[in-house]
Write a protein that binds this ligand. Structure first.
Ligand code: CYC
Length: 184
């Protein structure tokens, strides 16, 4: 498992050169508080995000909770909610570290094969992850929409930066995209 600093060292060592990628590490440090706010925006809303993503996935495909569906009976529903929570948790680890290796090594490695063996439908898993990706972007930008959140609308009110943490939204999105690619 690597973070942005360890990654710079490993990359430099691979070509027996000194660490040369200093400017991106400077940026990593300078924007550290924003990164922590972004991680907090996800973790503070995680249980709502997970239940909403899985509910949305099921709304769009109700066969999942009927006999023969992979969220039926309750044991499988619980496993599905747990998996969505695990995936979201590893995305936040990657966002904190500024590196995807923890997500790849400890969560995604072998997950597709596990799902195939268990008959967990990849299109549905991908759909739940896509919903969490959209939610995460909204929470990091702190502009969740009333249309989707309804009465549960919750703003975190962090100190607002001009670009609404666009680079962290993009980075978080890239980790969700890795999950989608790994399951597809
Ligand atoms: C640390 C990383 C880690 C991950 C990621 C993980 C995933 C994981 N999900 C599993 C099952 C499962 N995962 C799901 C998930 C779903 N079913 C659906 O229809 C939806 C599409 C989806 C939720 C979004 C279900 C239903 C099962 C149980 C399948 C079964 O037992 O038939 C299993 C099999 C063992 C078990 O049931 O506990 C594993 C290993 N375990 C880990 O340790």
């Amino acid at each position: 498992m690597l973070d942005a600093f360890a990654r710079a060292v490993v990359t430099a060592d691979a070509s027996t050169s000194p660490v040369s990628d200093i400017s991106s590490l400077k940026e990593f440090v300078a924007s550290g508080n924003r990164r922590l706010d972004a991680v907090n925006a996800i973790t503070s809303n995680a249980s709502c995000m997970v239940s909403d993503a899985v509910a949305g996935m099921i709304c769009e495909n109700q066969g999942l909770i009927q006999a023969g569906g992979n969220c039926y009976p309750n044991r499988r529903m619980a496993a599905c909610l747990r998996d969505a929570e695990i995936i979201l948790r590893y995305v936040t680890y990657a966002l904190l570290a500024g590196d995807a290796s923890v997500l790849e090594d400890r969560c995604l490695n072998g997950l597709k094969e596990t799902y195939i063996a268990l008959g967990v439908p990849s299109t549905s898993s991908v759909r739940a992850v896509q919903i969490m990706k959209a939610q995460a972007a909204a929470h990091i930008k702190d502009n969740p929409s009333e249309q989707f959140a309804g009465a549960r609308l919750r703003k975190m009110n962090p100190p607002l930066v001009e670009d609404r943490c666009a680079s962290l939204v993009a980075e978080a999105s890239s980790y969700f995209d890795r999950v989608i690619a790994a399951l597809s």
